[in-house]
Design a protein around this ligand. Structure first.
Ligand code: SF4
Length: 277
């Protein structure tokens, strides 16, 4: 390989690592020439392509196959879900709960669905009242049920690492689940259980007014956005819940089972981070 061609390869590799635009050499004659004595011309064209003003370059859309979210501004808009807010004059105690602690107290005494029968502790959620990011999972597991805290155990440790990677200490995030009591054998919460528990989550979001919501797993995403679309279809979009941006990604427990999803999850949480900034 000539020095010029090695230089071009090195430059392109640097561009790839830096997330630069792809440079496609479609003219086979050009490539063939580069093997011989015309390599400096190719290097010149590559450098010219890199130096071209960004406005002259082809538009990169996040929906294009193979394009990482980091290569574009933000993903396109998705579902906008806008359920009615709590009626201030309603007699319903959940609507009347004025603080997160009041919501947690109502949850602690709740018997509105069958999940109350098997719980050790309710798991209403935890985090500061002024959290800018709210993370929503599916429901408590065994360790959560034992401790009354959300996202503890291995999945919780992974969530803490994920949040740390976007420079958000867990203590600054409000973390909760769709249902506040553990489904037996860690099965999926059933439709009527979700419907019974949802007012608590809606009230928590009304009180918190976060800047961004991260829905982890299909149950959280589908419940919040009131849709049956798959998690795969919901990812890489900026959805809205009452106007608040919602990013959908994999549940940490799923990442423990399938490490291949760590990279796409990393892409998703970086989108959430950008929305927070
Ligand atoms: S899961 Fe929700 S609705 Fe069901 S008993 Fe627990 S707090 Fe109440």
């Amino acid at each position: 390989m000539s020095d010029g061609r090695a230089l071009a390869r090195q430059y392109l590799e640097q561009q790839r690592l830096l997330g630069g635009d792809a440079v496609i050499l479609s003219d086979s004659r050009t490539v063939a020439q580069s093997d011989s004595d015309d390599t400096p011309a190719i290097v010149g064209r590559v450098l010219a392509s890199a130096r071209r003003p960004r406005s002259d370059r082809p538009t990169v859309r996040p929906s294009d196959p193979g394009v990482r979210p980091s290569d574009a501004s933000l993903p396109p808009p998705g579902i906008s879900c806008d359920p009615p807010s709590a009626d201030l004059f309603a007699a319903d105690p959940v609507s009347q709960a004025g603080t997160l602690q009041a919501v947690a107290a109502l949850v602690a005494a709740c018997t509105k669905c069958r999940l109350c029968a098997g719980r050790t502790n309710t798991v209403p959620g935890e985090g500061p009242d002024d959290a800018r990011l709210v993370v929503i999972g599916e429901g408590p597991g065994r360790v959560e049920d034992e401790t009354g805290r959300p996202f503890v155990g291995k999945a919780g440790e992974l969530l803490t690492k994920i949040l740390g990677a976007i420079e958000l200490p867990r203590e600054r995030v409000f973390i909760c689940n769709v249902v506040k009591c553990r489904p037996p054998e860690n099965r999926l919460p059933q439709y009527d259980e979700i419907a019974a528990c949802l007012p608590y989550l809606h009230r928590q979001l009304e009180l918190l007014k976060p800047k961004v919501i991260l829905a982890m797993g299909g149950t959280a995403a589908q419940t919040l956005l009131d849709t049956k679309q798959s998690l795969g279809a919901l990812r890489n979009r900026v959805h809205r819940f009452r106007g608040i941006p919602v990013i959908v990604t994999y549940h940490p427990a799923a990442l423990l089972r399938n490490p291949n999803w760590k990279r796409p999850t990393w892409d998703d949480v970086r989108i959430a981070r950008r929305l927070l900034d």
